[in-house]
Design a protein. Structure first.
Length: 232
């Protein structure tokens, strides 16, 4: 029997959204790492054979009824500018037993957070509603942003200011990370008024939002370990 290969998410935010949705639906145990592209097909085949990562929904429901955990594999090929190419992978697992629980060192996403390029997946309280999973900047990333904005504004580094605001506008558009981006935008305006003694001349910050039914772009894993990333 030929086992199907999972797909990769070329866009980081799509991979983040997939992880968020899976964890929110109960796949809150996980393990992960990075792997060379040439070794990825073997990893996918191993996980498909052992844990059924590509099983259809009907088979997953049957397994769930028998107390067996369900596993999904999420893949992201990394940033385009990285010299040493590595594919980031996460294996997320639902409640239940089975080989994946016996063979993998699974962690609780609520205690050992899934993190990616300065962002972490967390469960945030909501007034009058159940807590929700979302992505936010790590404390270190947020502090680095504060220092970066203060430095370029205090030194009146106009190219640095424009580049910083451009990068901030590209913050992954999740509820908590958007809130942090707007908070940093207000910090930048306040720092300008304090150090430059005048109204901030730069446009207000805007960070987009995910469309509820916006489909993610994916491309297949090659059996030979080679894949062509579509334009990002």
């Amino acid at each position: 029997m030929t086992l199907p290969f999972p797909s990769l998410y070329p866009h980081k935010t799509d991979a983040m959204r997939k992880l968020q949705n899976l964890v929110a639906r109960g796949h809150a145990r996980w393990t992960g790492g990075q792997i060379e592209p040439r070794k990825l097909p073997a990893l996918c085949l191993k996980f498909a054979d052992r844990y059924g990562i590509e099983r259809p929904a009907q088979q997953r429901w049957r397994a769930k009824a028998q107390g067996e955990a369900s596993a999904h594999l999420v893949l992201w090929p990394g940033e385009l500018y990285q010299e040493q190419k590595r594919v980031h992978w996460w294996l997320v697992v639902s409640p239940g037993g089975g080989l994946v629980v016996e063979l993998e060192q699974l962690q609780d996403a609520g205690r050992q957070r899934i993190a990616l390029t300065g962002y972490e997946l967390v469960q945030m309280p909501r007034q009058g509603r159940p807590a929700a999973w979302t992505w936010r900047m790590t404390a270190a990333n947020y502090a680095a942003w504060q220092e970066r904005l203060r430095t370029v504004i205090r030194h009146y580094d106009e190219p640095g200011i424009r580049q910083s605001l451009h990068s901030l506008r590209r913050t992954p558009p999740f509820a908590e990370s958007r809130r942090q981006a707007f908070e940093l935008g207000r910090l930048a305006q306040a720092e300008w008024q304090r150090s430059q003694r005048g109204p901030c001349p730069y446009d207000g910050l805007y960070v987009g939002w995910f469309g509820r039914f916006q489909a993610a772009k994916t491309f297949p894993v090659s059996a030979k370990g080679r894949h062509k990333t579509p334009d990002r």
